[in-house]
Design a protein around this ligand. Structure first.
Ligand code: SF4
Ligand code: SF4
Ligand code: SF4
Length: 307
């Protein structure tokens, strides 16, 4: 634990410092809403560009203006090419901005923030459990890469042409909750999958499976803020390889810390052990640079740069 002290010995200031201050949260909400409409901007007449961005955005979404980076990565591997552009985008943005896109732009992160506001009791997760459960996201990341790469080699060698959707984007086809919300439900409505008879065929079975998976992630994300981001998201896992050393970071001034206080940690939606982190900048791949800790303690916490 970092040493906490209160050089000013001002109880009122101590108390004030623990009160929530929502300035950054309000800015972030505006940003999340703006990006939600931008990313689904085809409905307003914006053009669709085939450029990968480091957020979750299923390419099959009818109004999506860009490609979610991890969907693009799977597809490019599955057609037998190397995803130079996607990896470049991820590592460049991650190295400079960390997981800023997760905190401020990703529609699935936004969806979880909305879920976390529901007045339902939350589960407190211990630090070791929070860390260990991250292995799921690595499993989804590398499992999808291996499956897509396997089919990519077959296509490259001419042993396979065409193939089912899951052979191109295994994670999107089988697990991805964003795909369920933005793609599966849209086409299920369009194609009448909700008819009782249709639910028994292949498309209907996939619909039921994806609804089941979405329900699980939704429930967990209601009980634990940003649970999908923390433990399951392969996009976040990929960004996380570089985000912990990003130039943009969050800093803590230990001289302004108060003994026994943990208001910043309580405000953190991903369970970063802030007081154990370096005061030069948080080096934890769970940090999404949301600024909730800065809102909670503007005296000691701040956005900053690390070189
Ligand atoms: S971790 Fe994944 S779901 Fe969460 S905000 Fe980042 S990209 Fe979106
Ligand atoms: S940085 Fe965190 S632990 Fe230190 S005073 Fe602020 S809220 Fe409390
Ligand atoms: S450490 Fe601060 S900026 Fe990072 S996720 Fe937690 S509250 Fe957000």
């Amino acid at each position: 634990m970092a040493t906490k002290s209160n050089p000013e010995n001002n109880p009122l200031k101590e108390w004030l410092s623990t009160l929530p201050n929502k300035r950054i949260r309000t800015l972030r909400l505006v940003s999340q809403l703006t990006f939600f409409f931008l990313f689904n901007g085809v409905i307003f007449g914006l053009s669709r560009i085939q450029f990968p961005i480091p957020v979750v955005l299923p390419p099959g979404a009818p109004y999506a203006t860009a490609w979610g980076g991890f969907s693009a990565l799977q597809y490019i591997l599955a057609v037998g090419q190397f995803p130079f552009l996607v990896l470049g985008v991820f590592f460049l943005t991650g190295a400079i901005f960390g997981k800023l896109t997760c905190g401020w732009a990703c529609p699935v992160g936004f969806w979880q923030d909305l879920l976390s506001w529901l007045p339902i009791s939350k589960i407190k997760v211990s630090r070791p459990t929070n860390r260990d459960l991250q292995d799921f996201s690595g499993f989804f990341l590398w499992g999808s890469i291996i499956v897509a790469g396997f089919f990519g080699i077959q296509r490259f060698n001419g042993q396979l042409t065409g193939g089912d959707f899951w052979t191109f984007m295994p994670f999107d086809a089988i697990i991805d909750p964003a795909g369920t919300m933005f793609v599966t439900y849209f086409y299920a409505l369009l194609w009448g999958v909700f008819d009782t008879d249709s639910l028994l065929d292949t498309v209907g079975n996939l619909f039921l499976w994806k609804t089941f998976i979405l329900a699980i992630f939704t429930y967990i994300s209601i009980k634990v803020p940003r649970a999908y981001c923390r433990w399951f998201c392969p996009t976040g896992a990929l960004l996380g390889y570089v985000s912990s050393n990003s130039i943009l970071t969050i800093k803590r001034d230990p001289t302004k810390c108060v003994d026994g206080c943990d208001a910043c940690e309580k405000a953190c939606p991903t369970g970063v052990p802030i007081t154990d982190e370096s005061t030069d900048g948080i080096a934890n791949n769970l940090c999404i640079l949301c600024g909730n800790c800065v809102d909670a303690c503007p005296d000691a916490m701040s956005f900053g740069f690390r070189f």
